[in-house]
Design a protein around this ligand. Structure first.
Ligand SMILES: Nc1nc2c(c(=O)[nH]1)N(C=O)[C@@H](CNc1ccc(C(=O)N[C@@H](CCC(=O)O)C(=O)O)cc1)CN2
Ligand SMILES: Nc1ncnc2c1ncn2[C@@H]1O[C@H](COP(=O)(O)OP(=O)(O)OP(=O)(O)O)[C@@H](O)[C@H]1O
Length: 205
């Protein structure tokens, strides 16, 4: 598939990404800890007795930490997966089962990910919820990520699945902007969770 976008749209996306990444990196440790706890509480209002497996991430670059959420999932026997960069394409993500004893390794961005173990890979449809770190978002559910297109490529066919995970963006409130330029390849989110709000965008919730 060839994906084209006007140069002006790409530039403003890049400028916005830089500004919003600086904004979240500027948050204090205390603000980060409050955010992590608040998001954990928000997410646990969304989990149900049917929630069996959630894909998270290990925070990087000022993203909201999911430590409290993943620990609470572990306690409540909700299985957790983490993303790892696809070893062959390098452009997609795989999701692998994660427990506190999983061997980890740093990927090419310095983010820790599970060491590849094919028996522990979990497919998209095996997840009830995918928690995706956002660089920016708007109230309509448009999302800006790190710019690698990893989530967009990985989720390109998610709507064709018979059973699919809820797509939940996680961000600080200060990452909200009025309107984000939309790209043709963007995958709409079902919901955005911040420490201060839950924005519901689809009827699936
Ligand atoms: N915590 C976390 N894990 C994640 C993601 C994420 O956004 N957050 N990803 C979501 O996609 C994937 C990794 N994607 C990333 C894309 C760009 C950069 C990044 O820092 N880029 C640098 C340039 C780095 C380089 O090329 O050496 C930069 O833009 O400054 C990091 C991760 C998989 N794991
Ligand atoms: N389905 C796809 N197939 C091929 N390339 C894609 C696809 N989706 C996105 N891309 C490419 O990925 C690049 C980054 O996209 P974009 O700026 O939307 O990143 P992002 O949404 O911030 O990143 P991410 O998905 O990693 O969070 C774009 O250059 C785009 O061409």
């Amino acid at each position: 598939m060839t994906i084209n976008a006007p140069r002006s749209a790409l530039t403003s996306r890049q400028q916005l990404r830089k500004a919003l990444r600086e904004r979240r990196r500027a948050l204090s440790d205390t603000a980060q800890q409050h955010a992590a706890t608040a998001v954990c509480q928000q997410l646990f209002t969304m989990f149900t007795s049917q929630t069996r497996r959630v894909a998270g991430y290990l925070a990087n670059d000022g993203e909201i930490m999911l430590g409290p959420t993943l620990a609470a999932c572990h306690q409540q026997t909700i299985a957790v997966s983490l993303p790892l960069l696809h070893p062959f394409t390098g452009k997609h993500l795989l999701f692998q089962n994660y427990t506190p004893t999983t061997p980890m390794t740093a990927n090419r961005f310095g983010i820790h990910e599970p060491e590849l173990n094919s028996t522990q890979i979990r497919l998209l449809h095996e997840h009830d919820m995918l928690l995706m770190p956002l660089v920016g978002f708007d109230a309509r559910g448009n999302r800006l990520g790190m710019g690698g297109g990893f989530y967009d490529r990985t989720l390109a066919h998610v709507y064709r699945l018979k059973r699919r995970p809820l797509l939940v963006g996680i961000a600080h409130d200060c990452q909200q902007v009025d309107t984000l330029p939309v790209q043709s390849w963007d995958i709409p989110l079902d919901c955005i969770v911040t420490p201060g709000q839950i924005i519901t965008l689809s009827l699936n919730i």
